[in-house]
Each structure stands twice: as structure tokens, then as C-alpha cells.
Design a protein around this ligand. Structure first.
Ligand SMILES: C[S@@+](CC[C@H](N)C(=O)[O-])C[C@H]1O[C@@H](n2cnc3c(N)ncnc32)[C@H](O)[C@@H]1O
Length: 103
């Protein structure tokens, strides 16, 4: 017998069922379901507040957490971008040790 886990928040469960796989990412549906469930339980217990995720990539997990929020709660996401390190573009005689970060 197989059982489908649910967070208990309609918007989150809809996204997990249809949408989660459309967003590129590494997080599992199971982890998002469990975190959604925890956010629902916290809300039921009167614990309110915003959420933050460091390392959102393209937002697969972040969207699920944002859909779990209530009125006045906010979702903050931080994504780091790869930057290419390039040598100083000045002539070879330049003695500086500058490197240029290009997004
Ligand atoms: C396992 S992936 C999960 C990505 C995303 N949460 C998802 O739903 O697919 C972890 C992400 O965290 C980022 N990351 C790791 N360490 C970080 C740091 N110190 N600061 C910012 N981002 C970081 C990585 O670049 C990667 O995109």
C-alpha cells in the first residue's frame, strides 16, 4: 500500500502535485511536504513569522514555502550566482593584482 504525504495546506499541496517538477532544482518533494506540514502546525499553534531560504537556486523549494505563508508573513530568498574571475584587462606590464568579477 502506498500513501501520499500532504502538507495540509491546499496551495502547497497543489503546487507539489503539479508544478514542483516544472521548476529545476535539487530539493525533494518529500522535504518540501514536511516543511509545509511544519509551517502549518506552527501556524495552528500560534507561531507566526516570515521564512528565509539561503540557496534558492531557481526556487523549487522556496515557492512551496512561500505558498505556506499567512497574511503579513514574507518569504526571503537568497541566491548566489556564479561569477567568472578574469585577469586584469590592462596591458601585461600592469603590476596590479586586480581580478575582475563578471556576472
Ligand atoms: C541542494 S541545492 C538546493 C537548491 C534549491 N533550494 C532547490 O530547491 O532546488 C543548495 C543550493 O544552495 C546554494 N548554496 C550553498 N551554500 C551557499 C551559501 N553559503 N550561500 C548561498 N547559497 C549557497 C547552492 O549554490 C545551491 O544552489
Amino acid at each position: 500500500m502506498s500513501r501520499t504525504f500532504r502538507s495540509g495546506i491546499a496551495a502547497v499541496d497543489r503546487y507539489l502535485a503539479k508544478g514542483y517538477d516544472e521548476v529545476r532544482g535539487m530539493s525533494s518533494r518529500f522535504s518540501a511536504t514536511i516543511c509545509g506540514h511544519l509551517l502549518r502546525r506552527q501556524s495552528e499553534m500560534g507561531v507566526h513569522g516570515s521564512v528565509a531560504e539561503i540557496g534558492t537556486f531557481e526556487g523549487r523549494f522556496f515557492i512551496a514555502m512561500a505558498l505556506a505563508l499567512g497574511n503579513g508573513e514574507h518569504a526571503y530568498g537568497v541566491r548566489s550566482f556564479f561569477v567568472a574571475r578574469q585577469p586584469c584587462p590592462r596591458p601585461a606590464t600592469c603590476q596590479c593584482r586586480h581580478a575582475w568579477l563578471v556576472a
